[in-house]
Ligand binder design. Structure first.
Ligand code: HEM
Length: 530
């Protein structure tokens, strides 16, 4: 890759001496400024212990390798080893050092705007290294204020209006991917769930037209990985060179090709619906159409945005996370089949009374508790509340954090919500754990799947807590209603439990696990529709 790049680059340079001079000056200045800021930051962090630094018997590469496969133990060691700090320490990650704060800091930082989420996303997504990497490219288009407004002001309040659409799409998608076959047959749990979730989400994000379009479904499923590969390829270059080399990196070109293809697919739909990217229409309280294209144009209120990039941003923010959660819940059901009948009974009783409605899904309390327990034991990341410091801060416990440093708080150490309850072992899976809190005034507010609290950081906490979690909960509950009512299921290999893949901070439900599935007979499917 580097050879190919060098050839093309040198051909261009040999014909343009002024360009050569400008580029060399730019590279030199960037290098000086890059090294300067890196050294300054390291120096200002030296008061905090480094848990996996290079040493006499450990190379820098080895330190990074330890992070990649065993970040979980690093977090544990940092707070528990007697010679280490109990309040904060540093971890050497793939490309920079991150300061880990203790869970006691959650409330102090959750609404503090000096701890920036936006700048963190910009740093993690180094793909934005070039000013015009794509005519409109912005890797965080799905994570900005526009996206939050669409979710908070339109999608979440409209969940009751899209429940039937989601359930109708679930019926069609399960028919295609899990089939109506009443004999046991094997299928790949995660691979089929991602296809089903792509359909359900696209039905709400884009409407009927594209939610069954195979070209769009491939993009919405693959886009996160394409961007991730682009970022990884770019990160092989020193950061001061990234804004020059990105044009020649094939993985980054793939990102641009996918964006172009998405524009080609989505633009005609936007034109047909009459929604404009730069709408200045005033906000209305009642949405005219029920999809993100329409809602975005309603809440834009004069703000500039690109409707295609917004959709791709939603794909990035939602597809992997929601699929991983649904997969983990399914694995947990296979591991604890004693929950299947009580859950079926709950779904049947509630849907008979409420129908497949928002109110009905909200009354599925055992399901809600089971999902929260799944996320408690395996959140999608080991590190939550990740932020970048916009200025120097000294925390109330005396820890000094310099401007520019990345911080985070472990998610798996904050989750012992009922440690005071001697009947429940915090380390064990207990699907009833949060159901048992119903009626407990101290726990009532935090027991719901969508509640965030310092004890449960799966969706973050504070002003950046995930605004898509209400939709994710709605979608996964709908999926579980369909799975429980319509299918019998079990692991192909019941004795080998799926594992969790630790990849740096990410905790991933194992892909490629085969389930045995068969359609149940004599089920009243009418319960799943109104
Ligand atoms: C199970 C599924 C999901 C999980 C586990 C999840 C998790 C998270 C987490 C941990 C954060 C960062 C919170 C923080 O640092 O305080 C976040 C932010 C965000 N999520 Fe989600 N998410 C999920 C689904 C979704 C969906 C379906 C959408 C959109 C439809 C979405 C949109 C967003 C947005 C826009 C933000 C940025 C919020 C901000 O800038 O303040 N998420 N999510």
């Amino acid at each position: 890759m580097v050879g190919e790049f060098a050839d093309r680059f040198s051909q261009q340079l040999s014909t343009r001496p002024v360009l050569v001079k400008s580029i060399l000056t730019f590279v030199l200045l960037s290098l000086v400024s890059f090294l300067g800021s890196k050294i300054r930051l390291h120096y200002r962090l030296r008061h905090l212990p480094l848990i996996n630094g290079k040493g006499l018997f450990r190379s820098a590469q080895k330190a990074k390798q330890i992070f990649r496969v065993n970040a979980r133990d690093l977090l544990k060691d940092g707070f528990t080893k007697p010679h280490k700090s109990a309040t904060a320490f540093r971890v050497e990650t793939d490309d920079l050092q991150v300061v880990i704060l203790s869970p006691e800091s959650v409330n102090e930082i959750r609404n503090d705007s000096r701890f920036s989420f936006t700048d963190l996303i910009a740093e993690v997504g180094q793909l934005s290294g070039g000013p015009d990497i794509h005519p409109n490219f912005n890797p965080h288009e799905g994570l900005n204020d526009m996206a939050k407004d669409v979710l908070q002001k339109r999608l979440t309040p409209s969940l009751g209006l899209v429940t039937e659409d989601i359930s109708e799409e679930a019926t069609l998608a399960f028919k295609d991917h899990w089939t109506d076959n009443t004999e046991w047959h094997a299928l790949d749990a995660k691979a089929t769930l991602v296809e089903i979730i792509a359909r359900l989400s696209s039905r709400v994000f884009l409407g009927h037209e594209l939610c069954r379009n195979s070209a769009w479904l491939r993009i919405t499923i693959d886009y996160t990985m394409t961007v991730f590969r682009g970022i990884m390829a770019l990160k092989r270059w020193p950061s001061f060179l990234r804004s020059v080399v990105w044009r020649f990196v094939p993985e980054v070109r793939n990102v641009n090709e996918q964006i172009d293809e998405a524009v080609r697919l989505i633009t005609p739909i936007i034109k047909k619906k009459g929604a404009k990217g730069n709408s200045s229409s005033p906000e209305t309280t009642k949405p005219a159409r029920l999809d993100v294209i329409q809602w975005a144009s309603e809440v834009a209120n004069g703000r500039r945005y690109d409707p295609t990039l917004l959709q791709l941003g939603f794909s990035m923010a939602s597809m992997h996370n929601t699929t991983d959660l649904a997969t983990q819940v399914l694995y947990d059901l296979c591991a604890h089949p004693e929950y299947i009948e009580p859950l079926r009974k709950e779904v049947k009783t509630v849907l008979e009374q409420e129908g497949m409605t928002k109110a009905g899904l909200a009354r599925l309390k055992l399901m809600d508790s089971f999902m929260k327990e799944s996320q408690r034991i395996k959140p999608s990341e080991l590190l939550g509340m990740r932020r970048v410091l916009l200025e120097d801060v000294t925390l109330s416990n005396g820890v000094f954090l310099p401007r520019g440093v990345q911080i985070g708080i472990p998610t798996t150490m904050t989750t012992s919500p009922d440690a005071d309850d001697s009947t429940s072992d915090p380390a064990a899976f207990d699907g009833y754990r949060f159901l048992k809190m119903v009626g407990n005034p101290q726990k009532e507010k935090t027991r719901h799947f969508v509640s965030t609290s310092p004890d449960h950081l799966g969706f973050g906490h504070g002003k950046h807590a995930c605004p898509g979690r209400f939709f994710a909960a709605h979608e996964v509950k709908t999926i579980l209603c369909h799975v429980l009512m319509k299918y019998d299921f079990k692991l192909v290999k019941p004795d080998s439990r799926p594992t969790v893949l630790d990849m740096g901070w990410a905790l991933i439900a194992e892909p490629g696990i085969q389930l045995m599935v068969k359609r149940r007979e004599g089920v009243d499917e009418g319960l799943l529709h109104n």
